[in-house]
Every structure is written in C-alpha cells, then in structure tokens.
Write a protein that binds this ligand. Structure first.
Ligand SMILES: [Zn+2]
Length: 82
C-alpha cells in the first residue's frame, strides 16, 4: 500500500498557529479558538474564509492533531471543516 505524504512534503500546505493584530496582540488558535469571545469569532471566521482559496482546511474542530493550528492546503483532498 503506497504511503500518502502530507501536502507539507510538497510545499503545498501551511499551518497557522495564530494571528498577530496591528495592535501586536497575538490571537492563538490553541487558546482562543473555542467560545464566544471576539478573538474566537475572528479566528473561526479566518478558517471559514480560507475555504475559498484553499481546497482543504483543517482546524481544532477536525481532530486532536489540529488542536493548536489551522492547516491550509491545495492538495487532492477537499473540504475538511469547510
Ligand atoms: Zn499542516
């Protein structure tokens, strides 16, 4: 059975662990993803909007392996949390 490599192996994926705002406030995917705070709404909106330019978006909602980052790629797999 052939081994399936991550899109990272082809330089076709990025992982985002957080966003730094203009005010230099770091919003963490791991710490700020859940809940109703404005930071949570912001990072979840980023993930939702990433579904347009990327074919696969994996988030803390996907599985434990993505609890601390958003995975974005344009590989063969589609969807994820879109
Ligand atoms: Zn990744």
């Amino acid at each position: 059975m052939p081994k399936v490599l991550s899109e990272h192996a082809y330089a076709n994926a990025i992982d985002v662990t957080g966003i730094t705002t203009d005010a230099e406030i770091f919003i963490s995917i791991r710490d700020d993803w859940h809940g109703d705070a404005k930071e949570a709404l912001f990072v979840r909106a980023i993930a939702t909007n990433a579904c347009q330019p990327f074919s696969l978006v994996l988030t803390p909602n996907s599985n434990e392996a993505h609890a601390d980052h958003i995975h974005l790629d344009n590989g063969l797999y589609l969807g994820g949390d879109c």
